[in-house]
Design a protein around this ligand. Structure first.
Ligand code: KG4
Ligand code: ZN
Length: 357
């Protein structure tokens, strides 16, 4: 078994073209080229604009990642690429590039799940993931709680958002406040000058009701409540206290996320919580998770901020774990799946009918 595989990871599911090289659990290079600036004026990511930017950035990013890692492409043990979930046309650029490299170099190709990669990236910082671990995955497109028995083969969904993702809620509420896209980091910054107790917002699905799992989330009620409140203030000719709204909204989101994650650990008797995805970069989410895990005796693992948002290192990290565990490579028929579920950690080769000559 190769314990220290040299793996190139390619990420292109949204607006970041990420390419990175890892050896085992060591990150050798991590190149991220973002098309974020091109989306700001639209208030969200435009798939066609993102795909074109991936096309332009991909080859230079691969070149740079390999150069900065001090390795040659022919030395790679595997190439890993995000095969979903994500924007269909954006995913295709990364998968196309990965296939071209794999064919040319004769290197095994692993199509991996973006969500599981957000969890796996933590091995680069804190070593092997304890088994089992509960993962709270919070990004712009997803808010999920999962039980991870083995990050290469056994990840099961415990609950997820029924409507908006936590990052989406941050982004939409920031827009209501007149803050630019992406709103999460803007709210984080504005909240530093606000009072988190100045306003109270609904905590979606705080009490178990029928019709949803105990670990599901909902953020659309929060967004509507903020929209209504802001509109009423403006209609009455009053100022909107941006810092206070930011701080109290951030508190509400951090409260729901961390309380439900800690509850899942308690209920299932799991002593480890991993938090990943772009929203894991949020300062209040990090602080409250730390505080609540310490009280509950749970070991918390959160990667550094730069590894929480989308990057190639997370893809390479999951690829490296798959190689280390001897999992089968995907084949060149590998496709993309914009809504790949968290339980499908990597794309296993499909059995194909042989055609007799
Ligand atoms: O994981 P990610 O980079 O991309 C997706 O896979 O979606 O997450 C992006 C999301 C955006 O909604 C962004 O606003 C949010 O993560 N985000 C934050 C912070 N940094 C990024 N949300 C709150 N506070 C932050 N500091
Ligand atoms: Zn992501």
């Amino acid at each position: 078994m190769n314990e220290q595989p040299l793996v190139l990871g390619i990420e292109s599911s949204c607006d970041e073209t990420g390419v990175a090289v890892v050896r085992g659990h060591d990150l050798l290079s991590n190149v991220v080229s973002s098309s974020l600036d091109e989306h700001v004026r639209y208030g969200g990511v435009v798939p066609e604009v993102a795909s074109r930017a991936h096309l332009e950035a991909m080859v230079p990013a691969v070149d740079r990642a390999v150069r900065e890692a001090g390795v040659a492409l022919r030395d790679l043990d595997a190439i890993a690429v995000t095969a979903g979930p994500g924007l269909a046309s954006a995913l295709m650029v990364g998968v196309g590039a990965a296939k071209a490299l794999a064919v040319t170099l004769g290197t095994p190709l692993y199509g991996v799940n973006h969500l599981d990669a957000h969890i796996a990236v933590d091995v680069l910082e804190h070593g092997p993931l304890p088994e089992p671990t509960i993962a709270l995955l919070v990004s712009g497109g997803h808010t999920s709680l999962a039980l991870v028995r083995d990050i290469t083969s056994d990840v099961s969904l415990l609950g997820e958002t029924l409507d908006d993702a936590a990052g989406e809620a941050f982004d939409k509420i920031a827009r209501l406040l007149g803050l630019p896209y992406p709103g999460g980091p803007m709210i984080d910054r504005a909240a530093a000058d606000g009072d988190p107790t100045s306003l109270t917002w609904p905590r979606g699905l705080a009490h178990a009701r029928g019709g949803h799992r105990p670990y599901d989330f909902s953020f659309s009620g929060l967004k509507s409540a903020v929209a209504r409140w802001v509109r009423e203030r403006r209609d009455a000719g009053l100022d909107v206290p941006v810092a206070d709204v930011a701080a109290s909204v951030q508190e509400a989101i951090a409260d729901v996320l961390t309380s439900r994650a800690v509850q899942a650990c308690r209920d299932l008797g799991v002593a480890h919580l991993q938090v990943g995805g772009g929203v894991a970069a949020n300062s209040r989410v990090r602080a409250l998770a730390e505080q609540r895990c310490a009280t509950a005796g749970i070991e918390l693992r959160v990667p550094r901020r730069g590894l929480c948002t989308d990057n190639g290192a997370m893809v390479a990290a999951l690829g490296s774990e798959l190689v280390r565990k001897g999992r089968p490579a995907s084949d060149l028929w590998l496709g993309t799946d914009p809504s790949r579920p968290i339980g499908e950690v990597h794309v296993v080769p499909a059995p194909r009918e042989t055609v007799d000559a």
